[in-house]
Design a protein around this ligand. Sequence first.
Ligand code: NDP
Length: 332
Amino acid sequence: MATIYHDDDADLALIQEQTIGVIGYGNQGRAQALNLKDSGLEVIIGVRSDDTEAQARQDGFEVHSIREAAERAQIVMMLIPDEVMPEVFTEEVLPGLAEGKALCFASGYTVAFRTVVPPDNVDVVMVAPRMIGAGVRQTYTEGAGFPSFVGVHQDTTGNALQTVLAIAKGIGSTRSGVLELSFAEEAHLDLFTEQGFGPAFGQVLLSSMQVLIDAGYPVEAVMMELILSGEFAYSMQKIVELGFFKQMELHSNTSQYGSLTRAVRFIEAGMSETISVTMKQVLEEIRSGTFVREWETEKQAGLPMFTQLKDLRELHPIAEWEKKTRKGFRMD
Ligand code: NDP
């Protein structure tokens, strides 16, 4: 059974006397910094560019270079993109780290796959929000919360778990609950959602569109029916609120009967097994580090495969279908 912590399990006072250095002021950086400040904590920002610095100052923060923020802070929050983190960490953050400080990541990726290797005299913790930056801020200001995965990779002070729970409380996440995971587990789940679930779901959607359009239904009707009306997104939200089966009750009996009986056909046709085979392969490549090595090689080569696939993506007719539908319904 996973351990899930809530507000009562975390004590903000533990980090009240410490300076938190938020490195990066983008999606997560800005949202988390504002939430921590509004929770009464002392936050400074470390950024590289003048524009971002101006934005952070306008929001009321003391702003420094990344190196200086890492030197001044006792808790250093790494909120820059994972792909630039290794270089920035080695050149700008590492020199500012001293024994007993805490280094906090919003994703397990860099530490789990060792593209960042922290020194062994600091605490290394993770608060990985299951929420985009805008939602991190919005839910906080509304008094609600958002779930996160938290983890301790390295505990040199003996207080790492309490520190990470206090940070999670400061950003407003323990209001919903935070689940303890290793950095590797968080990274694997995140990558699997992107590489297993996402593409499989995308293929189902594209196949459905193609079957209906090939059968002669108007493109605009198909696009509206399947995705652009927002009905599907609404049902997904109801799954979150009510549960997978309970939300079915919101649909007609015809809908439920048709859906349940035809689901059996897809199972009998072996769809679950076919998908599972590829999904297991994808998961294994993530867990073994094969994917990360492939991605590192691709980046070093100047992204040839990535560029080619992005170009190919543009050739799919879905962009045209969407354009036509949006124009017809005056959605733009
Ligand atoms: P962003 O892309 O929004 O980060 C932008 C910030 O990083 C800016 O301040 C930018 O500086 C700075 N930055 C970018 N490149 C560099 C560089 N080479 N050197 C120094 N600073 C740089 O990142 P996210 O907020 O999306 O992600 C931050 C962390 O949060 C990641 O670990 C990610 O995995 C995790 N995360 C993100 C989620 C999300 O919703 N996006 C959800 C959950 C976790 P400048 O303004 O000067 O360009």
